[in-house]
Design a protein around this ligand. Structure first.
Ligand SMILES: [Mn+2]
Length: 387
């Protein structure tokens, strides 16, 4: 039977605060609507980092906090903020799964490790009013199409799915990568102070025009790494979240030296690790994690990065302008004889070109202007933001 498979990735739905980079509720829910109206069965894959739990605050007594000891209660409180801040997307997904022929897959990424909690999965199924056709897993692998987020090929963000949780003071907490513990507990204040900068790619170009933010990040990284070596192991002797894996030192040194704060290219690692698998011929592989559009086709192999759905821009240094990145999706048609037809397409959103110098002067202002252009009611959510 004919079937369609649609993949998007790195949506990074957040809590509607300044650290939330997803503002395309209108476009995404309209896009999901087009899938809902199809006659053929559709598998829709949100290929990891669908939610940005990492940058979503946990609000305690009116204050934004980013705790590193993440219990299920904390994950659920963050999910609650996301539900409120992005209701149209949840509603569109609910309609999509209300058709039993359709299936919805969330592959788990490094920003939504919280999806390992059963309570979080149950809450999402409850919101979508479906138990049968909503799935949470590390990979999607059907009809010769393979999709996963891709953090497993990134040394610093790799997770341990066999040990998704650890125990701290008798409580179950998330076992996120060492780097993520640091990011969540030490770097979110920089993100709150500079909410637009992380949307501008490539990072080296952005940093070279924004020395202040680079200095802040470098200083805080050096401090955190040093403390992780000489202070935290003693200060937090019984806290497993402060245990730094040995092999990470060298990598951190290399990155600090090269001001390399972007994610490494994961495709070479993916290929190396997948080569032994005999069943890879004529397969389509969709990976996310790297917010980049990438397409490689060789000897029956197809590897695709469809890029992100969060608000991102490409910085053109020659004219100082920021060009809004288009939202992309992978569309695959599985024919009656199981052959595959595929394409990567843009979902159109009309946005204006920004000037980097303007944005630099008023980052919060431009976060609001960008949201307004997409009809996202950010003011409503920021009003409850205590920071
Ligand atoms: Mn990721």
């Amino acid at each position: 039977m004919k079937k369609e498979i649609v993949v998007i990735g790195d949506v990074e739905i957040g809590g509607g605060t300044l650290t939330d980079d997803f503002i395309s509720d209108k476009a995404l829910s309209a896009f999901i609507g087009t899938l809902t109206r199809k006659k053929t069965p559709v598998d829709f894959i949100l290929n990891g980092d669908s939610f940005d739990f990492m940058k979503c605050p946990y609000i305690v007594k009116g204050k934004n906090t980013y705790p590193r000891h993440i219990t299920e209660k904390i994950s659920l409180a963050k999910l609650k903020l996301m539900e409120e801040a992005h209701a149209p997307v949840f509603e569109a997904l609910r309609r999509f799964v209300s058709h039993k022929k359709n299936r919805l897959f969330f592959t788990i990424g490094n920003h939504d490790h919280d999806l390992f909690y059963e309570g979080v999965q149950e809450r999402i199924k409850e919101l979508l009013k479906s138990k049968e056709n909503v799935f949470f897993r590390l990979q999607y692998h059907f009809h010769g199409v393979y999709a996963e987020h891709g953090q497993q090929y990134d040394f610093l963000n790799k997770i341990n799915p066999k040990r998704a949780f650890i125990t701290y003071r008798g409580e179950k907490i998330l076992n996120i990568p060492w780097l993520a513990f640091g990011l969540i507990s030490r770097f979110m204040t920089i993100k709150e102070e500079h909410p637009f900068m992380e949307r501008i790619k490539p990072y080296p170009t952005m940093f070279s025009h924004h020395k202040a933010v680079l200095q802040k990040i470098n200083r805080r990284s050096i401090e955190y790494v040093l403390k992780s070596i000489i202070y935290y192991p003693l200060r937090y002797f019984y806290d497993p979240t402060y245990t730094i894996p040995r092999e990470i030192f060298r990598e951190l040194y290399r990155r600090l030296k090269n001001r390399h704060w972007d994610i490494d290219n994961i495709v070479p690692v993916f290929k190396r690790r997948q080569r032994w698998r005999a069943n890879l011929r004529n397969k389509i592989h969709v990976l996310g994690h790297v917010h980049e559009h990438y397409l490689e086709q060789k000897g029956g192999w197809i590897i695709i990065h469809p890029d992100t759905w969060r608000d991102e821009y490409t910085f053109d240094e020659t004219n100082g302008k920021l060009y809004h990145k288009p939202k992309k999706y992978v569309h695959i048609l599985v024919e009656d004889d199981d052959s595959l037809q595929w394409e990567v397409k843009d979902y159109p959103i009309k946005r204006s070109v920004l000037r980097f110098d303007d944005v630099l002067k008023d980052e919060v202002g431009w976060v609001k202007k960008a949201a307004a252009e997409e009809g996202y009611p950010i003011e409503k959510f920021l009003a409850r933001d205590p920071s």
